[in-house]
Design a protein around this ligand. Structure first.
Ligand code: BGP
Length: 489
C-alpha cells in the first residue's frame, strides 16, 4: 500500500459532447464543427460555393460519421452515469455543445430544449455524487459561425461567445462549480478549424480549407480567444464568486526531451515549449511574453489589439490550469516534432516502452507527467487539474465476453505513481480525470476502434453494433483505486 492522495482530490473521468452524445440534429441542434469532420486531423467536408462565395457543409452519403450517433449518451446518460457511479466517480467532465444552446450561434434567444438537456444531465451527475467539470467548448461551436463569420478570426465572435457563456453560467451556476473555457486551445496553430474555430471565409484558393491562413491571422484568432477567456473569467466570478474557471491545454508536448546534449537540441526544445507556454503566459500570468513579441517583430505577425483588451487579459487570469497529458516527445535539431495523439510522436525514445499492442504507437512515459506538473508549478504557481490521461487500445470482448485490459491498468497505475510523486514534490493537484472512461469516438481518428474505456461499447467502425455496455477488467481496478483514495494501486 502506498501513500493516499490528498483528501479533497477529485477522482473521475472525462469525455466531450461531440464524441459521446450523438443525436447530432436532435431537439433543435444544428451542425457543429466536428459534425463535418471525421478525425480532427482531417480536412472538414465543406465545399466552396462560387456563386454564393461561401463555404457550405458537404456531408457525404457513403461516409460513416460515427460522431453523429456516437454512443448515444444523449439518450442513455442515466445508464452510463450509473456505471461511473459504480466506480465511485467524484467528478465527471463533459462539455456543453454550444450548438445545442445557440444552434447557429448568432440567434438572440437560446434553445430551451438544449438547455433542458444539460439541466437533467448535471442534476443526474450530482444525484450520483459527481461534480460536473464542464468544458464550455470542446472542439465545439456552431458551424454557421465559421462559414458565416470566419469564426475566431472575427472579433464579433467574442460577443457571440459571451452571450452563450452568460446563458449557461446563469442557468447552471448552482449545479456546476468547475468550468473550463476552450479545450486544448494551444492546438489552434496545428488544427485551426476545430481547435481554433477558424475558417478563412474568402480564400484565394478554395480547393482546400484554411490553406491560405497566415501566422498573423492565427495570432489574431488566438488574441480573440484570449480576450474571450478573460471576459469569461470576469463574468463567471460575477455570477458565481465560488466558481473555479480554468484554461485547458494539451501539455503532453511540454514533455519534449532533447535527443542529445547539443545546445541546438536544447534550444529547439525551449522554442517548442515556448509555443505551448504562450497560452499559459497569457491566460495564467496575464501577459504576452517577450519571445512571442520577438516573433511578431521578426515575422510581421503582430495581431491587432487594444490597451483595454490587454488590461482585461491582465486583470482576469484563470483560477487553475487544466490539461491533458498522454505521452512525451523527443526533439533532434532539424527533425519535425509531431504532437498529434493520432499518430506516432516522431523520433523514438529508446528509454521508453511503446503502447503496443495498440496500433497507435505512443511511448509510455509516466515520469513525463511528474515533469509537466513540476514545470507548471515552477512557472505558474497555480492549482493543476489532470483532466485527460489515458490509453487507446483496439479491443473486443473474448469468447467469454470478458475484456482483459491489463495494459491499461498498468498505464494508469504508473501514471498515478508519478502523480503522487508530483504531489509530494509540492504540486497542488486538484484531481485526476481519466480520459474516455467509457468507449467513445476518437477525436483524432474519428474511429470507435481506438478505445479508452473502463466500459466497452459495442459499436464498430462501420457503424454497426448493439451499443451494449460491458465492464472491462480495469473497471473493478479503478473502483478500488478510488475507494482507497489511491493507496491501493
Ligand atoms: C485530446 C482531446 C480529446 C481526445 C483525446 C484522445 O486531444 O481533447 O478530445 O479524444 O485527445 O485523443 P484520440 O481520441 O485522438 O485518441
Amino acid at each position: 500500500m502506498g501513500q493516499a492522495f490528498p483528501e479533497n482530490f477529485l477522482w473521475g473521468g472525462a469525455v466531450a459532447a461531440n464524441q459521446i452524445e450523438g443525436a447530432y440534429l436532435e431537439d433543435g441542434k444544428q451542425l457543429n464543427v466536428t459534425d463535418v469532420v471525421v478525425g480532427i486531423l482531417n480536412e472538414p467536408d465543406l465545399k466552396w460555393n462560387p456563386k454564393r462565395q461561401k463555404w457550405e457543409p458537404a456531408l457525404k452519403a457513403d461516409k460513416v460519421y460515427l460522431s453523429h450517433e456516437a454512443i448515444d449518451f444523449y439518450h442513455r446518460f442515466n445508464e452510463d452515469l450509473a456505471l461511473m457511479e459504480g466506480m465511485g466517480f467524484q467528478a465527471f467532465r463533459t462539455s456543453i455543445s454550444w450548438a445545442r444552446i445557440f444552434p447557429n450561434g448568432d440567434e438572440t434567444e437560446p434553445n430551451e430544449a438544449g438547455l433542458r438537456y444539460y439541466d437533467e444531465l448535471f442534476a443526474q451527475m450530482r444525484r450520483r455524487g459527481m461534480e460536473p467539470v464542464i468544458t464550455l467548448s470542446h472542439y465545439e461551436m456552431p458551424l454557421h459561425l465559421l462559414t458565416e463569420y470566419g469564426g475566431w478570426l472575427n472579433p464579433k465572435m467574442i460577443d457571440f461567445w459571451m452571450k452563450y457563456v452568460d446563458v449557461v453560467f446563469r442557468r447552471y451556476h448552482n449545479a456546476v462549480n468547475y468550468w473550463m473555457t476552450f479545450n486544448e486551445v494551444n492546438n489552434l496553430f496545428r488544427i485551426p478549424f476545430v481547435a481554433g474555430g477558424v475558417l478563412d471565409i474568402h480564400p484565394a484558393h478554395p480547393e482546400h480549407v484554411n490553406q491560405d491562413l497566415t501566422e498573423r491571422q492565427l495570432y489574431q484568432a488566438a488574441h480573440h480567444l484570449f480576450v474571450a477567456n478573460a471576459k469569461t473569467v470576469q463574468l463567471g466570478h460575477q455570477i458565481d464568486p465560488q466558481a473555479k474557471i480554468g484554461c485547458m491545454l494539451s501539455l503532453s508536448s511540454l514533455a519534449t526531451y532533447p535527443y542529445t546534449c547539443d545546445p541546438q537540441d536544447i534550444l529547439g526544445v525551449m522554442e517548442h515549449q515556448h509555443k505551448q507556454m504562450l497560452f499559459l503566459d497569457v491566460m495564467v500570468r496575464g501577459e504576452y511574453p517577450g519571445y512571442v513579441q520577438r516573433s511578431w517583430r521578426e515575422n510581421g505577425s503582430r495581431p491587432d489589439m487594444t490597451q483595454d483588451e490587454l488590461e482585461l487579459i491582465r486583470s482576469f487570469p484563470v483560477d487553475y490550469i487544466a490539461f491533458s497529458y498522454y505521452r512525451s516527445t523527443v526533439y533532434h535539431a532539424g527533425a519535425e516534432i509531431r504532437t498529434d495523439t493520432g499518430g506516432s510522436a516522431g523520433l523514438d525514445n529508446p528509454y521508453l516502452k511503446q503502447t503496443s499492442p495498440a496500433p497507435w504507437r505512443w511511448p509510455v512515459d509516466p515520469q513525463g507527467l511528474r515533469y509537466v506538473c513540476n514545470f507548471l508549478t515552477d512557472h505558474y504557481h497555480k492549482p493543476l487539474f489532470i483532466v485527460e490521461n489515458g490509453i487507446g487500445l483496439d479491443e473486443q470482448p473474448d469468447e467469454t465476453g470478458a475484456i482483459h485490459d491489463d495494459f491499461r491498468v498498468e498505464y494508469i497505475r504508473e501514471h498515478l505513481i508519478q502523480l503522487r510523486e508530483a504531489i509530494a514534490d509540492g504540486c497542488d493537484v486538484m484531481g485526476y480525470l481519466y480520459w474516455g472512461p467509457i468507449d467513445i469516438v476518437s477525436a483524432g481518428t474519428g474511429e470507435m476502434r481506438k478505445r479508452y474505456g473502463f466500459v466497452h461499447v459495442d459499436r464498430q467502425n462501420d457503424g454497426s453494433g448493439t451499443l451494449k455496455r460491458t465492464r472491462k477488467d480495469s473497471y473493478e481496478w479503478f473502483r478500488k483505486v478510488i475507494a482507497t483514495q489511491g493507496e491501493d494501486l
